[in-house]
Design a binder for this molecule. Structure first.
Ligand SMILES: [Zn+2]
Length: 398
C-alpha cells in the first residue's frame, strides 16, 4: 500500500492548517494538532527537567545591534525578518543563542555554576523561499527544543556525551532506531581562527569515540560559528532526516565577552554548546506522521481510545473499563460508544482518523478480557492488564 504524506494524514486527523492571509509557512494548530504538539512539548520538557536543564523563555524581537554583535546580521541576514519601530531597526530571532547569552551575561558567573544548561522552547522565524515550503517539514516559524550549555573546556566531553545519550534515548522512544552521525568541520563562511576550530573539532571527535559512535566527517559543513555533530534518522520508508544537533562554539563567547571565575579566582572564557534533540517540534511531528502513517505513540494521539460495546449486553462491562481508565488517568482522551448500528462504519472511521479501538463482544465479557486494535495490530489482554498498559502509555508525557 502506498504511503501517505504527512499533509494527507494531518488532514484526516484534523491537525493543522496554513492560511495565505497569514503568509505561507506558518502553522495554525487545530485542537487535535495542538494535543499532539503540546504532548510532545511536555515529553521533551520532562526529559530536560530530569537532567537539570534550566528552563527559560525569551523575547521574539531584538534590536539589530544585538544581531550585529552575534554575527547574524552579517552572515544570516537574508534568512531574517526585520522591522522598524521608532526609527530603530529590530530583527526577529532566527535562533535563541543571543538571548541565552544575555541571560548568562546578566550575572557574575563562577566555575561552580558550570555547566549551566539553559533550555527554551524557542519560537523562531526564518525566511525560507516559498518554493521549498512543505506542510510541517519546511516552515517559516517553528519551535525549537533548544539549549545553550555554558561550560569549561574540561567539561566539553562529558556534556557532549550526555547530550548524545539523551538524543539516543529520545529517538529510541519514537522507534527511530536507524541513526547516522556526522561531524561537520569549518565552512568557508565562518568567524574565528582556524586554531580554535581545530581544538573544537578534536573535542567533538573525542566525545563520539568515547561513546563508541560510528560517524562520518562532512568537510566544510559546520555552522558559521563552530563545528557540529548532526544526527540523522531514517524513517519507515527509508528517507533520511537531519534532526539532532550539537554545535560547539568558541566564537560567540568571544564576541559577547563572556567570562566566569575559575577555582583559582582567575577570569576565564566559557565554551558555548548549542544543541537541539528534535530540532523543530513542528518538523519532527511531520517526520513522525510519515514514519508512523499517523499511528503516533499513544501519548501523542488526539483520541487515545474508543471503547465500543457490540450490544447492550456489553455496555456495563465497557463502562467499567472506561471509568477505571478515567479514574486512574482523568486526562485520558477516551470515548465510550453506544452499541453501533453499523460496526464496520465505526471501525472504518476510527482507522481513518487514527483512533485505537477496544471492541467489546460477548467473548470478551465471558473471558474478562479486551481486544485492543491499534492500526493493523490486534491483541487480547486481560481487562486489568490492559488498563495498566493503556494508562502507562497514554500518560507517558505527564
Ligand atoms: Zn544557538
Amino acid at each position: 500500500m502506498s504511503k501517505l504524506t504527512h499533509n494527507e494524514i494531518a488532514k484526516k486527523m484534523e491537525l493543522f492548517k496554513t492560511f495565505d492571509e497569514a503568509g505561507s509557512g506558518h502553522i495554525f494548530w487545530e485542537p487535535n494538532g495542538f494535543i499532539v504538539f503540546d504532548s510532545l512539548r511536555k515529553y521533551i520538557q520532562n526529559l530536560h527537567e530530569k537532567r537539570d536543564y534550566k528552563l527559560v523563555k525569551t523575547p521574539i524581537i531584538y534590536k539589530s545591534g544585538l544581531w550585529k554583535t552575534s554575527g547574524h546580521y552579517e552572515k544570516y541576514k537574508e534568512n531574517m525578518y526585520f522591522l522598524k519601530v521608532d526609527n530603530e531597526e529590530y530583527g526577529i530571532k532566527p535562533m535563541n543563542c543571543p538571548a541565552h547569552i544575555l541571560l548568562y551575561k546578566s550575572k557574575f558567573r563562577t566555575f561552580s555554576e558550570l555547566p549551566l544548561k539553559l533550555f527554551e522552547f524557542g519560537y523562531v522565524h526564518r525566511h525560507e523561499l516559498s518554493g521549498v515550503l512543505n506542510g510541517l517539514l519546511r516552515v517559516r516559524s517553528f519551535t525549537q527544543d533548544d539549549s545553550h550549555i555554558f561550560c569549561t573546556s574540561s567539561q566539553i566531553k562529558l556534556v557532549v556525551s550526555e547530550v548524545l545519550q539523551l538524543i539516543n534515548e529520545t529517538f529510541d522512544d519514537f522507534g527511530l532506531y536507524e541513526r547516522k552521525y556526522y561531524l561537520s568541520t569549518m565552512p568557508e563562511k565562518h568567524i574565528g581562527e582556524k586554531k580554535i576550530w581545530d581544538r573544537a573539532i578534536d573535542m567533538l571527535r573525542g566525545a563520539l569515540e568515547e561513546n563508541d559512535i560510528v560517524y562520518e566527517v562532512k568537510e566544510g559543513e559546520g555552522a558559521f560559528y563552530g563545528p557540529k555533530i548532526d544526527v540523522e534518522v531514517r524513517d519507515s520508508i527509508g528517507r533520511r532526516w537531519q534532526l539532532g544537533t550539537i554545535q560547539l562554539d568558541f566564537n560567540l563567547p568571544e564576541r559577547f565577552n563572556l567570562t566566569y571565575i575559575d577555582e583559582k579566582g582567575k577570569k576565564q572564557r566559557p565554551i558555548l554548546i548549542h544543541r537541539a534533540i528534535l530540532g523543530s517540534l513542528e518538523r519532527f511531528i511531520g517526520v513522525l506522521l510519515e514514519h508512523t502513517q499517523g499511528w503516533l505513540p499513544l501519548f501523542l494521539l488526539p483520541i487515545q481510545l474508543r471503547v465500543v460495546p457490540l450490544t447492550d449486553d456489553q455496555l456495563l462491562y465497557s463502562k467499567e473499563i472506561y471509568e477505571e481508565i478515567k479514574r486512574r488517568y482523568p486526562k485520558a482522551r477516551i470515548e465510550l460508544y453506544k452499541p453501533p448500528s453499523n460496526l464496520s462504519k465505526v471501525v472504518k472511521e476510527s482507522i481513518e482518523k487514527r483512533v485505537p479501538l477496544l471492541i467489546i463482544g460477548r467473548k470478551e465479557v465471558e473471558r474478562g478480557s479486551v481486544t485492543f486494535r491499534f492500526h493493523k495490530n490486534q491483541k487480547e489482554f486481560q481487562k486489568l492488564e490492559f488498563i495498566e498498559y493503556f494508562v502507562k502509555e497514554a500518560s507517558y508525557s505527564e
